[in-house]
Write a protein that binds this ligand. Structure first.
Ligand code: DGL
Length: 259
């Protein structure tokens, strides 16, 4: 069982930001990653559509004997993780916008969250926000249009810059000192965001926290891979393989597969 792969899925290539953190922290783990780019973006879909896609991805990964599944997508986590946990016996790790550290550390008592419509409108997001951001002004911004641009490889385009400008301006005007990235595609924008934000605004991305949580759950279940065999990290996309390879700097083994 411990040699079985970790399964990871996202609506597309964004979750590779999590895959990289997991692979760095857990280099002995075999990994299968699904980029469901054909169905991206999930962020504008209904809760039941997101749930159906999450079930499809989970069942594919379980057929590959995955021992644990990382839902490397805030939209899929906030709309489906409780169902997945109830329905399948493997452990699930999810990702949600990291409001807690931002709310705990903000000096201006104002934080910004950039995430998809599906995440910001979910019940789970509201519960977390109400729990941790009491007395803090949380500026929620839907990152409409960002995921499709990343999925088509237009990461550093003028169009992206213009979109980000529109989303950041009101937050900057209201004096945020933390920007929470609530979508796993967004860490790829950190260089651009850093240039555009005032120097004292800190960016929070939860990739490393997810990797640490994955390690801790594998350890507590006694399924960390201790084998010294060569590790296999395999990525499947049902979308554009060129864009996937280019975002990964051709570092991993990728294939096109219509799952
Ligand atoms: N990476 C997904 C997330 O974390 C993107 C969602 C989408 O496809 O809209 O929310």
């Amino acid at each position: 069982m411990s040699k079985n792969p970790i399964g990871i899925f996202d609506s597309g290539i964004g979750g590779t930001s999590i895959l990289k953190e997991i692979h760095t922290l857990l280099p002995k783990e075999n990994i299968i990653y699904l980029a469901d780019s054909k169905n991206a973006p999930y962020g504008n879909k209904s809760e039941s559509e997101i749930l159906q896609l999450s079930i499809k991805n989970t069942e594919y990964l379980l057929k590959q004997n995955c021992k644990l599944i990382v839902v490397a997508c805030n939209t899929a986590t906030t709309n489906s993780i409780s169902y997945l946990r109830k329905s399948y016996s493997v452990p699930f790790i999810g990702i949600e916008p990291a409001i807690k550290p931002a709310a705990l550390n903000t000096a201006t008592k104002t934080v910004g969250i950039l995430a998809t419509k599906g995440t910001l409108s979910s019940q789970l997001f509201h519960q977390t926000s109400n729990l941790h951001a009491h007395g803090i002004k949380v500026i929620e911004q839907v990152g409409e249009g960002i995921v499709p641009l990343i999925e088509t490889g237009n990461l550093e385009s003028e169009e992206m810059k213009a979109l980000l400008q529109t989303y950041l301006e009101p937050m900057i005007a209201q004096n945020i000192d933390y920007l929470v990235l609530g979508c796993t595609h967004y860490p790829y924008l950190i260089p651009m965001l850093t240039e555009m934000l005032p120097k004292d605004v800190k960016i929070i991305d939860s990739g490393l926290a997810v990797a640490k949580q994955t390690k801790s759950i594998l350890a507590s279940n006694g399924i960390l891979n201790t084998s010294t065999n060569k590790t296999s990290v395999k990525l499947y996309t049902n979308g554009n393989i060129e864009v996937l390879n280019s975002i990964l700097n051709h570092q991993f083994d990728t294939s096109y597969f219509d799952f």
